[in-house]
Design a protein around this ligand. Structure first.
Ligand code: ADP
Ligand code: MG
Length: 630
């Protein structure tokens, strides 16, 4: 804005302020938010002192009615409107979901959109919107606790998430009004929490993450500050929920209970099993007590019995560990550190089994359900610029290769997996037919040679270049991946200098217009807040402009302006002050623009004069040196 140029030199700008940054672990079962204060990372709690926020949202016709713990407690009452485990759906197409949503009980809307929408009392909801509601609640918790607005966040995602799932997660954060500094892989965040990235030595790290409904094992290699995901394996249907179910099955068989179709009894049994399981993490036995209708149970569960129930599940996780090692072409003894992540690794038998498998002590000092959020917050703090002396710059890698479809449905890889990001690579292609003047580009992600085995990320066209014989055109295709792993592809035909570019908007994500309208929708509630904030900002800007103008005019108005020019500026200044009292931010904006316009001449004369001064000074100086050597 031109007016700002006349502010006096030496007028202070805001000193470096501590920026509020947070790390968010957006989990399938539970989510957490953490932040760094006085150099220490901590998870943030709600009023009841709970850090864990169940990733559950319940809707009614007005929108969100319950979220977090309250929503989880109401799940049995209103199963179709209480959405949990939505992370399993994020970034997937309706087709993907048909394959992977076995066991999910929601009703999906039937429509033409490729983005699946869950039917709820509040209307159709995409996984992105449900995730945004969770993120919004975490944002509120953080802002309440920090006493200010968040400048930015780091959100974690599973290492195996592809571009579409990452983009969808970012969209959810955007919808929740969060500025995402970066997405970081969950296992990488856990390793950061343990300070493994600060170690002098390069290391190979296994991250064993047993959560509520999923198991992931990731093998990371840390080399000169860069984390590389060597391999990932796991089971998307294995976690604490299965342990609860195993306890319930045992109780049923012991007590000879018939659950029948009683969903309420089923739910109560599972709740009680979970409570017993939690107790057994720190006791040798626990009481299973239940009173539901005619059913009454009182049974003691010993830790030995519990461990037996667990052994099958544990063996399955170890099988995945073997597979991850095989993929990474590593032996157990080449793993330097084993990091335990996920609430279910609080179970002592799980720790013991993993420790026995890798033949070394496992890292458990940091709460396994908090460790991912803690690592994310450490990253966020650095990215916010709160640690100016820190040279810790986390580099991440591309999880799956990126390429382009060539003739015959083949994939030409442009950036291969595990390339450090940000990254840019260019490759030249040519035309297939004589006289071709356009080219269709199809961007895919995956490790396979055939397009049909990879995931389609997007298509675009390069049109209007000069026709030449087949094979003679030179088309340079550039892939650029930013620090979040998100891709921009551009193409340039050199001879005619025709250029085209796309930011990859995944086919199964949301359209930009859809996101914009969702953001608008989400703002209607907060419309008044927004209006108030805008008015306040306009007022401050108006005051600042008038102050700067006054200071300048006191100094040199007579030197640069004639009487009528001066009067015009003073009139415009009066309108700004007048509008400032109205409480109408549009009026203030208009008056400011008016002032800016009539002051342009003054600003430019002052600028020219000061440039002239500077030049003069320099000239004299240099003449003095060159021409008068004596
Ligand atoms: P996710 O990453 O899948 O969102 P979490 O890492 O928060 O989930 O893990 C949630 C699981 O951890 C639940 O099944 C919960 O019962 C289990 N869990 C939490 N605390 C304990 C404990 N003390 N003992 C055993 N299991 C626990
Ligand atoms: Mg988790």
């Amino acid at each position: 804005m031109a007016l700002l140029q006349i502010s006096e030199p030496g007028q202070s700008t805001a000193p470096h302020q501590h920026r509020f940054a947070a790390g968010i672990d957006l989990g399938t079962t539970n989510s957490l938010v953490a932040t760094v204060r006085s150099g220490v990372a901590n998870v943030l709690q709600d009023q009841d002192g709970e850090a864990i926020f169940p990733s559950v949202v319940r809707y009614d016709k007005h929108g969100v009615v319950a979220i977090g713990k309250a929503a989880r407690e109401q799940a049995a009452e209103d199963p179709y409107n209480t959405i949990s485990s939505v992370k399993r759906l994020i970034g997937l197409s309706a087709e993907d979901i048909a394959e992977s949503a076995a066991g999910m009980m929601y009703k999906l809307e039937k429509n033409d959109s490729s983005v699946p929408r869950i039917s709820t009392a509040a209307g159709p909801k995409t996984a992105i919107e449900v995730s945004a509601d969770i993120l919004r609640a975490l944002r509120e918790r953080a802002e309440l606790s920090l006493g200010g607005e968040l400048t930015g966040v780091v959100v974690t995602v599973p290492a195996y998430f592809d571009d579409t799932q990452r983009q969808a997660t970012k969209d959810a954060a955007r919808l929740a009004g969060l500025n995402v500094y970066r997405l970081v892989n969950e296992p990488t965040a856990a390793a950061i929490a343990y300070g493994l990235d600060q170690a002098e030595m390069d290391a190979t790290i296994a991250v064993y993450d047993l959560g509520g409904g999923t198991f992931d094992i990731s093998i990371l290699k840390l080399e000169r500050g860069v984390f590389e995901v060597l391999s990932t394996a796991g089971d998307t249907a294995l976690g604490g929920d299965d342990i609860d179910q195993a306890v319930v099955d045992w109780i049923i068989s012991q007590q000879g209970i018939d659950v029948g179709n009683d969903a309420g009894l089923q739910r109560s049994l599972l709740d009680q099993a979970r409570s017993v399981k939690h107790q057994l993490s720190s006791a040798d036995s626990a009481q299973f007590e239940l009173q539901h209708g005619d059913t009454s149970i009182s049974a003691s569960v010993s830790v030995d019995t519990f461990n037996e129930l667990l052994s099958g599940l544990l063996e399955r996780t170890l099988k995945s560990c073997r597979s991850a090692l095989r993929q990474a072409k590593l032996k157990k003894n080449q793993i330097d550190n084993v990091v335990m992540v996920g609430g279910s690794t609080r179970v002592p038998a799980v720790r013991a089994a993993v420790s026995a498998f890798f033949e070394k002590e496992v890292l458990t000092d940091i709460n396994p359900d908090e460790v991912v959020a803690i690592g994310a917050s450490l990253q966020a703090d650095v990215l916010a610029g709160n640690k100016p002396d820190s040279d810790m710059l986390l580099l991440d890698v591309i999880p799956l290769s990126l390429g382009i479809e060539t003739h015959g449905g083949l994939v030409e890889q442009i950036i291969s997996r595990n390339t450090t990001i940000p990254a840019a690579r260019a490759q030249e292609f040519t035309t297939y037919k004589d006289g071709q003047t356009a080219m269709a580009l199809h961007v895919v992600q995956g490790e396979r040679d055939l397009v049909r085995d990879c995931r389609s990320l997007g298509r675009f066209e390069l049109r209007g270049f000069n026709p030449v014989v087949a094979g003679q055109a030179r088309i340079q295709v550039t892939f650029q991946v930013d620090a979040d792993g998100l891709l921009t592809v551009s193409a340039l035909e050199k001879a005619s200098n025709v250029h085209a570019e796309v930011q990859i908007k995944p086919s199964y994500g949301l359209l930009d217009s859809e996101i914009e309208s969702m953001i608008r929708d989400s703002m209607t509630n907060a419309e008044q807040d927004v209006a108030a904030r805008m008015l306040q900002e306009q007022r401050v800007e108006a005051e600042r402009a008038v102050e700067a103008l006054d200071a300048a005019m006191a100094k040199d108005a007579d030197q640069f302006l004639d009487q009528s020019e001066k009067q015009k500026i003073l009139d415009a200044r009066a309108s700004v002050l007048e509008s400032n009292d109205t409480g109408d931010s549009e009026a203030i904006k208009k008056a400011l623009r008016g002032l800016e316009k009539v002051s342009e001449i003054y600003v430019s004369r002052r600028m020219n004069a000061s440039i002239g001064e500077a030049m003069k000074g320099k000239n004299i100086d240099s003449y003095a040196k060159q021409d008068n050597p004596s």
